[in-house]
Ligand binder design. Structure first.
Ligand code: AHR
Length: 333
């Protein structure tokens, strides 16, 4: 498998070059609209069906914006956007609809890893190339052309390594997991767990908050009722939004987030970074959402018959309070 690493800076640079004059008019639609030209093309434009997970987080909004900017008419695309509202069956139905419409290519941000074999085979039989962005699938890599995304396991490992350094006394940790069955929830758990093995950090509870702020808040409320604020030392949230929900629950319980209960999250979107600067979150590992340009380049290359890397991993950084303070003014999402 050929593997390519893109640096954050390189990606941001490409985005800055292509962002001007972009069209974002399809981002809010929940429907699968028919491509303008029919039969797989709107004039000379490349028609691309994009099956997005939903709108569960600040990260997701930034990712959708990046995709809409990259797949603009100015860049030669007609983007047919579908948001599946975190429903795996609805997302597979959207991909089938793209196949029936005869789009030129399909881009998927898969909600969950499993269950993709049949529809990916159908796309291949229809000779429509599929590019995965953000998350990946458990199906054979022969069924898709390329994947551009993040190393979720490394993100979890970076978060766990920081925790292992900081918490050298017995520590009760609760985990706010991402969407059950999703690649980031699976891999961020595995990376973190491996990094804290043999440390005095004990995972006393773990439950899915579905990557949403409301989900993080209500799961944290349950943890606080069950263990009491005094019984929890550390929250590991698989994304910023759930961490921000946990902050609300901790404050409502009369405790101080970031002090009485420490919080580690993943994403590094502006709201999360602000909470880190404010001392309510203690550490954030980045997950870069600006994948649109890389995905658009892959689509064009695949349709031109060029050989492309099967996997493109975008690098992430990590932020403590001082690093967040320095980075926040220039943060674009
Ligand atoms: O797949 C990336 C994850 O999905 C982000 O961490 C999370 O915020 C989003 O919902």
């Amino acid at each position: 498998m050929r593997k390519q690493i893109l640096s954050t800076l390189a990606l941001v640079g490409v985005v800055a070059l292509t962002a001007a004059g972009c069209s974002t008019d399809t981002a809010d639609s929940d429907d699968v609209a028919a491509p303008g030209g029919g039969g797989g093309g709107g004039g000379d434009l490349i028609t691309v069906g994009f099956a997005q997970t939903g709108a569960e987080s600040g990260w997701r909004s930034a990712n959708t914006e990046s995709m809409n900017e990259a797949f603009s008419e100015e860049n030669g695309f007609e983007l047919v956007f579908n948001s599946a509202d975190n429903d795996p069956a609805a997302q597979i139905a959207a991909v089938r609809s793209f196949i029936n419409q005869g789009v030129d290519a399909i881009v998927i941000a898969p909600i969950v890893e499993d269950g993709w074999d049949d529809v990916l085979q159908e796309a291949q039989d229809a000779e429509i190339p599929v590019i995965l962005e953000d998350r990946t699938v458990s199906a054979s890599e022969d069924l898709y052309a390329s994947w551009v995304g993040l190393d979720f396991e490394l993100e979890g490992q970076m978060a766990g390594e920081w925790a292992a350094e900081q918490f050298t006394e017995p520590t009760n940790m609760v985990v706010l997991e991402g969407t059950t069955g999703s690649a980031p929830a699976n891999d961020r758990a595995a990376g973190f767990d491996a990094a804290i093995e043999g440390t005095p950090i004990e995972k006393i509870d773990s439950q899915s908050g579905d990557f949403t702020r409301d989900g993080g808040k209500s799961v944290m409320e349950g943890f606080l009722q069950k263990h009491g604020a005094d019984g929890i030392d550390l929250v590991y949230a698989h994304n910023d939004d759930m961490g921000l929900g946990a902050i609300e629950a901790i404050e409502a319980a009369g405790a101080v987030p970031g002090e009485d209960i420490k919080i580690i999250t993943i994403d590094a979107v502006r709201d999360g970074m602000q909470a880190l600067v404010d001392g309510k979150i203690n550490y954030i590992v980045e997950c870069n959402p600006l994948l649109g340009d890389a995905a658009a380049e892959l689509v064009k290359a695949v349709l031109n018959g060029e050989e492309v890397a099967k996997t493109t991993i975008v690098e992430d950084q990590a932020f403590d309070q001082a690093a967040a303070e320095a980075a926040l003014p220039d943060r674009t999402y």
